[in-house]
Design a protein around this ligand. Structure first.
Ligand code: HEM
Length: 438
């Protein structure tokens, strides 16, 4: 057997990054149809893509030293070098161990009431009969939720300043010119899209550093994430550096608001097109004795199924990627170190053997059977599975239940669903809603 063998894929390379940016779903599904599983693409780097549950299991359960992280300069510009996404090996493991409890278990239970109140506040700012772009509303909610989670609810004026800085930052990296530069490897600091990005990040970073400085020396009784991370200690007794705090907070601010906002927007896009599902869900929610009973909301089975179906159909992250630090045998191919392997939810979630009639929005499928961690992967998997996976689902359920229990929403444009790139993520193109208070 030769020392390395790569699966089939397109010969010509130059158009692949552009086709990928335009629609990763179409790009991956077409390649999968044509070349089978796995196949090779060349987007930013050669990447072997699979949607086979056995291969996905192999990718997610491989020992951590199988992979390493070499963030391209463009991603370092956004996420920094000291945040979770830029770390590998024991630094990644130890950092996750300190951050993870902030988004799980007991910490999460305390946040439910705040999420409910944030949704109520959002409705208070929405005039009866007014129509709005759902993503704008959901993004405001998602951003407030993550800002309050990270910095606490005490200081509202501070939230307003932070909100503006995060939106500026998100606009800089969502800028198509920045994304194209990233794909084409244009890393020059004086290139205008890069400069805009650097300025926006610096502004946000300065605000975070200011907050850290204010808290230092004060006895911290606060339960917000910044305070918890400032107190957290690694096994050797050291804490996070300021640079690591900034990079991790920026990563969570960005990863933690747009993803939830997109899932919520999808929910309204689908519910507005499927009256039967909307009615069944509404009945379940109307059956709650109080819409701020967080435990009761989390126990609603149909709400759970609807949220999962929204995560399945057009996953915000269509593939998760790992860079091989050592060779791997995958589906009979001998892959060399240095290339990427990717598990694609965009293809996996359309597998008719797992999801009959996969194009259909059908939450009932999640009531009829359960799916394993290599069959349903909206949050990726393995050691790098989304750290906010429970937080994200928790938030989407509470916000959706609160909005539906207090308002009636009409989808104004029911034409064919269109999907659009939103920075590094994918989401619905336009979901215009009109609102009536109940
Ligand atoms: C519906 C909401 C969300 C979706 C669909 C989502 C999806 C994802 C995916 C697919 C990954 C890559 C996982 C992998 O490589 O295997 C990821 C990573 C990550 N997500 Fe999320 N996410 C969501 C919400 C959140 C929230 C609320 C936070 C923070 C509060 C968050 C923080 C992160 C971080 C820090 C990582 C990097 C983890 C690591 O490298 O160890 N995400 N997310």
């Amino acid at each position: 057997m030769s020392s390395s063998t790569l699966p089939p894929g397109y010969q010509l390379q130059f158009w692949q990054p552009l086709a990928y940016v335009q629609s990763p779903y179409r790009f991956f599904r077409k390649a999968h149809e044509r070349f089978g599983d796995p196949f090779l693409v060349k987007t930013t780097a050669p990447t072997v893509v699979t949607a086979n549950p056995d291969s996905i299991r192999q990718i997610f359960t491989a020992p951590p030293e199988t992979y390493h992280v070499r963030l391209p300069k463009s991603q370092q510009r956004v996420l920094g070098r000291h945040g979770l996404s830029g770390l590998d090996g024991s630094a990644h493991r130890q950092t996750r161990k300190l951050i993870s409890p902030c988004f799980h278990g007991e910490a999460l239970r305390h946040l439910g009431g705040m999420m409910h109140e944030t949704a109520v506040e959002a409705l208070a700012g929405w005039r009866d009969g007014e129509s709005r772009e759902a993503l704008d509303v959901m993004r405001d909610i998602g951003l407030d939720v993550i800002l309050k989670t990270i910095f606490g609810v005490a200081c509202r004026e501070r939230l307003v300043v932070f909100r503006a800085a995060v939106l500026d930052f998100a606009a800089a990296f969502g800028n198509p010119a920045f994304l194209c530069s990233a794909l084409l490897g244009i890393d020059r600091d004086n290139w205008p899209p890069n400069r805009r990005m650097d300025v926006a990040r610096q502004k946000l970073s300065d605000l975070i550093v200011e907050n850290i400085a204010e808290r230092r020396g004060r006895s911290a009784e606060r339960a917000d994430i910044l305070s918890r991370l400032m107190e957290a200690r690694f096994d050797d007794g050291s804490g996070f550096s300021d640079a690591a705090l900034v990079d991790n907070l920026i990563t969570n601010l960005i990863a933690g608001h747009e993803t939830s906002a997109l899932s919520l927007t999808w929910a309204f896009a689908w519910l507005g097109r499927h009256a039967d599902v909307a009615e069944r869900l509404q009945q379940e929610i109307d059956g709650l004795s109080r819409d701020d009973d967080i435990n009761a909301i989390l126990a609603l089975p149909y709400l759970d199924a609807v949220v999962k179906e929204c995560l399945r159909l057009y996953p915000a992250v269509p593939e998760v990627v790992r860079m091989l630090a050592k060779p791997m045998t995958l589906a009979g191919y001998e892959l060399p170190a240095g290339i990427n392997v990717a598990a694609s939810s965009a293809i996996l979630h359309m597998n008719p053997e797992l999801y009959p009639n996969p194009e259909r929005f059908n939450p009932e499928r999640f009531l009829e059977r359960s799916y394993g961690g290599f069959e349903f992967i909206p949050f990726g998997g393995g050691d790098r599975i989304c750290i906010g996976n429970h937080f994200g689902v928790f938030e989407v359920k509470i916000v959706l239940a609160t909005l539906l229990s207090r308002g009636r929403f009409t989808l104004l444009d029911k034409e064919t669903i269109k999907v659009k790139r939103r920075g590094f993520l994918m989401g619905p193109a336009q979901v215009r809603l009109s609102y009536r208070a109940k």
